[in-house]
Design a protein around this ligand. Structure first.
Ligand SMILES: [Zn+2]
Ligand SMILES: [Zn+2]
Length: 182
């Protein structure tokens, strides 16, 4: 799926649900879940703090970020739900007469239990990693019913009652079960 490389500490703040806007000089029409890749080179701690307003620091204060954040890994996923200018979020950089900054509006962040080492790239880039359509964690198996991917936790298990070995996600298994009752 698509991935976006972001410098630390922003990558951690996005995946933790604190930073809800990513600022770019270019807009995107893409809507949906993307992977967040933490760039190999983080922002220097002092630079990051200088960049942050009091409000940002207040939001981030419970989040113990430091210079030893993971780098060079896919660390989670998030949904792009909008792309606007002058979004009201404190994390949004403003567009003015001198420059246009696009605010990518983010929602439903997931921090991966296990970060996945990867090289970053510019723009929105592609990597052969999928996430579970139920929980957003890394997923290995496509569901035969809905074609979405699902993780270990959300794989449908062999059903001892119906003797059906569902090769699908738990959401589809539930749908099938409900369907059988009619
Ligand atoms: Zn899952
Ligand atoms: Zn499914």
């Amino acid at each position: 799926m698509k991935a976006l490389t972001v410098k630390q500490p922003w990558a951690s703040l996005i995946c933790s649900g604190i930073k809800d806007v990513e600022n770019r000089t270019w807009s995107t029409k893409f809507r949906g879940r993307i992977l967040i890749h933490a760039a190999m080179k983080p922002l220097k701690f002092d630079d990051a703090v200088n960049y942050m307003s009091i409000e940002m620091l207040k939001q981030a204060v419970d989040f113990h970020w430091s210079t030893d954040h993971v780098v060079g890994v896919i660390m989670g996923s998030v949904e792009i739900v909008d792309c606007v200018v002058n979004h009201p979020s404190i994390w949004a950089e403003a567009t003015d007469n001198h420059r246009v900054i696009w605010n990518w509006v983010l929602a439903n962040p997931i921090l991966f239990k296990e970060p996945i080492p990867a090289k970053g790239a510019l723009s929105l880039w592609w990597i052969n990693i999928d996430v579970c359509h139920i929980c957003g964690q890394r997923a290995e198996y496509p569901c035969e019913n809905c074609d979405e991917y699902f993780c270990d936790k959300h794989s449908a298990k062999f059903d001892q009652f119906t003797q059906i070995d569902y090769n699908c996600c738990s959401a589809c298994q539930d749908n099938m079960k409900n369907h059988d009752e009619y």
